[in-house]
Design a protein around this ligand. Sequence first.
Ligand SMILES: Cc1cc2nc3c(=O)[nH]c(=O)nc-3n(C[C@H](O)[C@H](O)[C@H](O)COP(=O)(O)OP(=O)(O)OC[C@H]3O[C@@H](n4cnc5c(N)ncnc54)[C@H](O)[C@@H]3O)c2cc1C
Length: 461
Amino acid sequence: MSERYDVAVVGAGVVGCAVAREFSRYRLRTILIEARSDLGDGASKGNSAILSTGSDTPFGTLENRLVTRGHQRYRAEAPAMGLPILSVGSLTVAWNEAQAASLAEMHRATVAAGYRSAELVDRDAIYRRVPSLAPGALAAMWEPEEAIVDPFSTPYAYALDAVTNGVEFRSSSAVSSALREEAGWTLSTATGAVACGLVVNCGGLWGDKVDALAGLADFAIRPRRGEFMVFDKSARPLLDVILKPVPSPTYRGVLMAPTAFGNVLLGPTAEDIDDPDDWRVTRDGLAKLDAAARAMMPALLDHDVTAIYCGVRPATERPEYRIAAHRDRRWITVGGIRSTGLSGALGIAEHVAALAFDGMLRAERKAELAPVRVPSLLEGGERPWRDAARVARDPAYGEMVCHCEGVSMGEIRDALASPLAPRTLKALKRRTRAMFGRCQGFFCGARVQAAFEHASRRAAE
Ligand SMILES: Cc1cc2nc3c(=O)[nH]c(=O)nc-3n(C[C@H](O)[C@H](O)[C@H](O)COP(=O)(O)OP(=O)(O)OC[C@H]3O[C@@H](n4cnc5c(N)ncnc54)[C@H](O)[C@@H]3O)c2cc1C
């Protein structure tokens, strides 16, 4: 039996990492338990990377409140962690009269809900901002506060912050049963038992199965697949805003957006599937994306596609967050964080802490916290190899390994030496961007793999 914890957070997606970080602010013993070998390897690894203001969530709901708060907190707290925010703004474009009418209504409701910077703009203003847009746009809603973030570094920064401030992270530890005891729970995991006073289920795509371990059956996950195309960096001059269609009540539609890494992203599709582990990219999905690009910006299709990928949303049978405090059981469920968890995570974390401190936990806030900073992977951002003095001090920063994404051996070495060192090559990709570029690892893959295997062997010694 391991030692006893006050809180066990199950699931290290972006939500679980944010929740663990939140509890690290208090004098508590907290453990973050993850089934996979790396954090951020579920729904959190395949999204559109948009930091939503909350204006695209149903007004008056918990989701709307937490995404709005998550956005505010991200802007206030992420820069100190080294996380980039690209405040490019979004244009929601109407292509016919019916859409223009819904857009006008949407704008009225958006402003009335408090998103006062939302503005209706006419055709000329649209084409001034996006000259390559297909002809035929009638009107758009401009939202200057919508932004792009780094979807991989975000959960990593939260988890690193949590661990630096006292949280224990245990990976490769799927929770397989939960035994109720007087003062809390004993969780069985693949790496041993964990006794704790409170469980926070942040199981994402598998959240219903984690809840079932406590005898709860309040919701069922209905996985919703979304496919994407990533266009080469040569396409980036085409687009400097997030382009969205006017949404339907059930689907926000395919958007087009710049990425923090200098590419252009097209997606996602939306397809309800049965298996949360079905991450296939399909012919049908790609055809839908191709049609969307043709309709919105045919010029995009003149550029190469660097990668295709798929994400799966942890949706449920109801279009809302399924967050519930089961006080009698000492269990908090954070379920159904469907399409907005990257934006909402810090708002969700604050809400979860408030639920826990309302009768389930008591703890003082820590007077001091150790700061953390993750390396910036922003295209054109500050990189060690751009700094001649740093390269002179440490020549590994001058030894370029991944030429497409500009990743030096020094940066790969640093990632491998992190307290949350990547345990797989894919995790190393997410931490550094090595192998993510236009050659997809064709040229650098062998060297990156050798560095990874060398570090893994040394860690095992
Ligand atoms: C196509 C798509 C586009 C999106 N676009 C955006 C966007 O632009 N902006 C935005 O804000 N959001 C977006 N999202 C939503 C966002 O990605 C999700 O809301 C978020 O990733 C959900 O995170 P999570 O932590 O709840 O779940 P997950 O990331 O799935 O994390 C759950 C974790 O729990 C672990 N786990 C499960 N069972 C167990 C167990 N028994 N024991 C231990 N660990 C367990 C899993 O391994 C996993 O790591 C998008 C999502 C998709 C799919």
